[in-house]
Design a protein around this ligand. Structure first.
Ligand code: GUN
Length: 281
């Protein structure tokens, strides 16, 4: 049976580290601040935003949740972002996705000051990440890299396969694995022979949002499996990987829930503290 990568426990450890850093910053008169903007009333987003708020409180980060109606215009949202860009109490700005259809997320992401771009979605952050320069890194892939490091997973020269090509997970994940000298393949819904691609992976990261899409017989014996999926099926949360099947052949695997999810919020806190440190000089 595969060793379970305990994201919940690791996230708790990371949050403790962050709480210590926040306490040290406060001695210098700096209180890290995060602004979260939620447009509309998507119930899943509401749950995520409340989770972020609670996590901030726990570690001593100041959080400001800004709830706007679904009818908010792009111009109104932009002017709010411009205000936050120059607000000295705010070191990180996050617009919860998805936004209503009338709003272009690319325009919104580009409007956030790159020094406060704790999501890492600004085009300059994306470019810096691929160029190997210092930048904010999107929270989910950053959390996965921390898990791989903590569990001593070797990446150099290894075959890493990322299933899913989103801007939030798949693409930045590939950039980070490449930075660590893995040989990276990005797969997606149009990939031919996806099963064979997956079977070639020493490290398999799956972020496609389809419950139990990857069966156990697509996993290379001894592989490390990272399941980013959070799908609600008959009132239960399941990942994109068939956990029972995969854990019979993998060396390590992340559970759902309790794997990648808790790490994502912990990394948002880490990025906010990073923002405060950068802006403090
Ligand atoms: N919606 C789902 N995941 C994310 C995320 O990482 N950041 C933002 N802003 N919205 C999301």
């Amino acid at each position: 049976m595969a060793r379970v990568i305990d994201g919940k426990a690791l996230a708790a450890k990371v949050r403790q580290e962050i709480a210590d850093e926040v306490a040290a910053l406060k001695l210098r008169g700096i209180v890290p601040g995060l602004a979260v903007i939620l447009v509309g009333d998507d119930p899943a987003s509401e749950v995520y935003v409340r989770g972020k708020q609670r996590a901030c409180e726990e570690v001593g980060i100041y959080s400001r949740i800004l709830r706007l109606p679904a009818t908010t215009s792009q111009e109104k949202l932009l002017s709010l972002i411009y205000e936050l860009n120059t607000d000295p109490a705010i070191h990180g700005i996050l617009v919860q996705l998805p936004v209503p259809e009338e709003i272009d997320p690319a325009v919104i992401q580009a409007a956030i000051a790159v020094e406060k771009d704790v999501d890492g979605f600004h085009p300059a952050s994306i470019g810096r990440l691929w160029a190997g320069e210092r930048s904010f890194v999107p929270c989910t892939p950053l959390g996965i890299m921390r898990m791989l490091e903590e569990y001593d997973v070797k990446l150099q020269g290894k075959k890493a396969v990322v299933v899913g090509r989103s801007n939030i997970v798949g693409k930045p994940m590939a950039a980070l694995l490449l930075q660590q000298n893995a040989t990276v393949t990005i797969c997606h819904s149009r990939t031919e022979n996806l099963a064979d691609e997956c079977r070639s992976a020493d490290v398999l990261v799956v972020a496609i949002g389809r419950p139990k899409f990857i069966p156990g017989n697509w996993i290379k014996p001894g592989a490390v499996v990272i399941d980013v999926g959070i799908n609600r099926v008959e009132g239960r949360l399941v990942g994109d990987v068939d956990y029972e099947g995969a854990s019979a052949v993998a060396e390590m695997i992340t559970p759902v829930p309790g794997g990648v999810g808790p790490m994502t919020i912990a990394m948002l806190l880490a990025n906010t503290v990073q923002g405060a440190r950068n802006l403090a000089g």
